[in-house]
Design a protein around this ligand. Structure first.
Ligand SMILES: NC(=O)c1ccc[n+]([C@@H]2O[C@H](COP(=O)([O-])OP(=O)(O)OC[C@H]3O[C@@H](n4cnc5c(N)ncnc54)[C@H](O)[C@@H]3O)[C@@H](O)[C@H]2O)c1
Length: 254
């Protein structure tokens, strides 16, 4: 018998970054839990593949081909949902450059996608949840980068730190309306974002990351999707303003 607290039947979820990696895994798992899933991404082909995966398993999926940095596109896509119970703002990009070589345009681009894109999704989701007065769960995608420094992490880490601040601030502002807001800060997860495009380099990186974890392995997109499902569902009804860290224990000094 399934655990009822994780049942999303009758609920609607919106997932940005749904065309690939963690976003796709979230979209598929939320649909498996019973939610109608609206997937959004700038990658139309990947989005179509995710929707097909969901439909092939008997789920319900809608797609929105959009750029999360365009507030108008995000507003229209979210407003097209009849109701909204879950927003998972997952879309993001990686950028690495030393502080002294970082250009204004690098910082602007990463902040636009990884922070403003998440902000727009959160704002529009909260507005619709408030208008329908049905509460809801908003989940943002931070990163283990918020806990550690590292060479090249300036733009990416700054944007993710801003996402954490957004998460905590919004949680305090909408909690009284039954809307919960939490962040997920994954460790190293095997997705196209972390693909080194070279088998030797990939094996080397994965071996290094695995050694950092007491579990002795790197993460898979499904590991993060299960954390997102927990936050999306009634199982986390008393959890808000938190950062959950599915990272295989890599941030412990063990
Ligand atoms: N993979 C990791 O190790 C890891 C670790 C920590 C956090 N994260 C975060 O998880 C999220 C998902 O990453 P992933 O590893 O699945 O990467 P991914 O590259 O596989 O997926 C990212 C998705 O976001 C979409 N996207 C990017 N910019 C967009 C835009 N402007 N508008 C619409 N869609 C856009 C891409 O098309 C892609 O489908 C990101 O926010 C990332 O920062 C990933």
């Amino acid at each position: 018998m399934a655990v009822k607290a994780y049942d999303l039947t009758g609920r609607t979820a919106f997932v940005t970054g749904a065309a690939s990696g963690i976003g796709r895994a979230c979209a598929v798992l939320l649909a498996q839990a019973g939610a109608t899933v609206h997937g959004a991404d700038r990658d139309a082909q990947g989005l179509h593949e995710t929707a097909t995966l969901i439909k092939d398993q008997g789920g319900t999926a809608r797609t929105h081909h959009l750029d999360v940095t365009d507030h108008g596109q995000v507003r229209r896509a979210v407003a097209s949902c009849e109701r909204l119970d879950v927003m998972a703002a997952v879309a993001g990009i990686m950028h690495s450059s030393p502080v002294l070589e970082t250009r204004d345009e690098d910082l602007d681009r990463v902040l636009a996608v990884n922070f403003k894109g998440v902000l727009y999704a959160c704002q529009e989701a909260a507005r619709l949840m408030l208008a329908r007065d049905n509460g809801g769960s908003i989940i943002t995608m931070a990163s283990g980068a918020v806990d550690i420094g590292g060479p090249g992490l300036l733009c990416y880490g700054a944007a993710k730190a801003a996402v954490v601040q957004l998460t905590k601030t919004l949680a305090t502002e909408v909690g009284r309306y039954g809307i919960r807001v939490n962040a997920v800060a994954p460790g190293w997860i095997r997705t196209p974002m972390t693909d080194r495009h070279d088998a030797g380099a990939q094996a080397h990186t994965e071996a290094r990351m695995s050694r950092l974890s007491p579990l002795g392995r790197v993460g898979e997109p499904e590991d993060i999707a299960h954390t997102v499902l927990h936050l999306a569902s009634d199982a986390s009804a008393f959890t808000t303003g938190q950062i959950l860290r599915p990272n295989g224990g890599t941030t412990m000094p063990w």
